[in-house]
Design a protein around this ligand. Structure first.
Ligand SMILES: Cc1cc2nc3c(=O)[nH]c(=O)nc-3n(C[C@H](O)[C@H](O)[C@H](O)COP(=O)(O)OP(=O)(O)OC[C@H]3O[C@@H](n4cnc5c(N)ncnc54)[C@H](O)[C@@H]3O)c2cc1C
Ligand SMILES: NC(=O)C1=CN([C@@H]2O[C@H](COP(=O)(O)OP(=O)(O)OC[C@H]3O[C@@H](n4cnc5c(N)ncnc54)[C@H](OP(=O)(O)O)[C@@H]3O)[C@@H](O)[C@H]2O)CC=C1
Length: 328
């Protein structure tokens, strides 16, 4: 066994789930991410004195192992339950839609969970990996500036499937599996109101042309900030149809759909923001858990290997770590 560390590309929940387990098993890891901080689709956006969850809104825990770790995160102060006043909107009709489902969020921000998992593990941010190749014994990564990183004993690719396919070129079979996964986009819009809206809605599952989900971000536990903040998610179909629209136009259209849906007067927002998630969710769940070529030392994990949700991403990271450790 070599002393070279294991490279992990991606500091979303899948990459960090794997990283933490490998580190706890005594393995040296080195993480890379193209963003400036961890979280990926669980990232939080800082807005003045507050933050917003533009991606993941909440997560559920159905698997026993994930339920246990979520309770540990709660004990660590990284996560808490969110029990929004839930509604649904169908054919323009808004109605209460209470249920018994436990829903969790990171506290005080969604990214607190990945920040907690990352802790002081070695990481290089703002580093987009473009090439992953193997020499006689070790792996080398090349980033978008042309700089090389390595040597590494093994590589885990923990990025959305379409981006993983390119990085898996050294293992054509794994690359083909990743390339077979279609992922749908989501346009997200945030609105901030100086005066709280006069509605009891805190979360709403929407079935209409444009919107899929709306949430009163401010109602989540631990959120600061002076504005009454809302996050609106467009449906996959609408997002695909409007993929190249300007941010301003998307804000205007989704703000309009929100004003029509909600049961109160909607004044002009004091703050607006739009974000386009190109690879928001796989079109369908899979049961791969994780991809592995142990002979080569190349692995892949991510939500797209399982349920397309936070729980699936975390479980996929666990599985990739298990497979790698088993083959050392
Ligand atoms: C709008 C939206 C709403 C959602 N809502 C929910 C929800 O309510 N509940 C739920 O359970 N799930 C939700 N999800 C899905 C959930 O966010 C994902 O399943 C989960 O976060 C995926 O984690 P991951 O680690 O697999 O991937 P990611 O979070 O995408 O992490 C991948 C990381 O890899 C980095 N990366 C990519 N390419 C490179 C490269 N070449 N070099 C270096 N770094 C790279 C990225 O910057 C990113 O940090 C939502 C997703 C979106 C987009
Ligand atoms: N936008 C994206 O890119 C994206 C969104 N994702 C959404 O994430 C949640 C997570 O799903 P999970 O199974 O963990 O949560 P729920 O059990 O809360 O929701 C699952 C779907 O079930 C319907 N639902 C649940 N509760 C209610 C309720 N009280 N009233 C009405 N409907 C409810 C709802 O589906 P429909 O709107 O009926 O189709 C929920 O969506 C989930 O919301 C995903 O859409 C995940 C990944 C990417």
């Amino acid at each position: 066994m070599s002393n070279a560390p294991i490279a992990i590309i991606g500091t979303g929940i899948a990459g960090l789930s794997a990283a933490r387990t490998l580190h706890d098993a005594g393995q040296a890891v080195q993480l890379f991410d193209k963003s400036r901080r961890s979280g990926g689709r669980m990232a939080s956006k800082t807005i003045g004195s507050g933050t917003l969850d533009l991606g993941t809104q909440y997560f559920t825990a159905r698997d026993r192992r994930f339920t246990e770790i979520v309770h540990q995160w709660q004990a660590d102060g990284w996560a808490d339950q969110w029990s929004p006043s839930l509604f649904q909107s169908r054919d323009g009709q808004l109605s209460p839609s209470t249920d018994e489902q436990l829903r969790w969020v990171g506290t005080p921000t969604m990214s607190a969970i990945t920040q907690g998992l990352l802790d002081d593990l070695p990481v290089t941010f703002s580093c987009r990996i473009t090439d992953v190749f193997r020499g006689e014994e070790f792996w080398t990564l090349v980033d978008a500036t042309g700089a090389s990183h390595g040597p590494f004993s093994q590589v885990i690719i923990a990025v959305p499937a379409p981006q993983a396919a390119a990085l898996l070129a050294a293992a054509p079979k794994l690359a083909a599996v990743a390339a077979s996964v279609a992922m749908e986009p989501t346009w997200a819009v945030a609105l901030g109101f100086a005066t709280p809206l006069e509605t009891s809605v805190e979360g709403c599952f929407v079935r209409d042309d444009a919107l899929d989900w709306i949430a009163r971000d401010h109602s989540k536990p631990g959120r600061d900030g002076s504005l009454d903040t809302w996050v609106l998610h467009a449906s996959s179909q609408w997002s695909r149809q409007h993929i190249d629209l300007s941010r301003e136009a998307v804000i205007e259209l989704l703000h309009g759909a929100f004003a029509e849906l909600i049961d109160c007067v909607v004044p002009a927002p004091a703050f607006t923001l739009a974000h386009r998630w190109l690879y928001a969710r796989p079109t369908q769940p899979h049961e791969w858990s994780a991809l592995a070529d142990p002979g080569l030392g190349l692995y892949a994990c991510g939500d797209w290997c399982l349920s397309g949700r936070v729980e699936g991403a975390w479980l996929s990271g666990q599985e990739v770590a298990r497979k790698l450790l088993e083959n050392l």
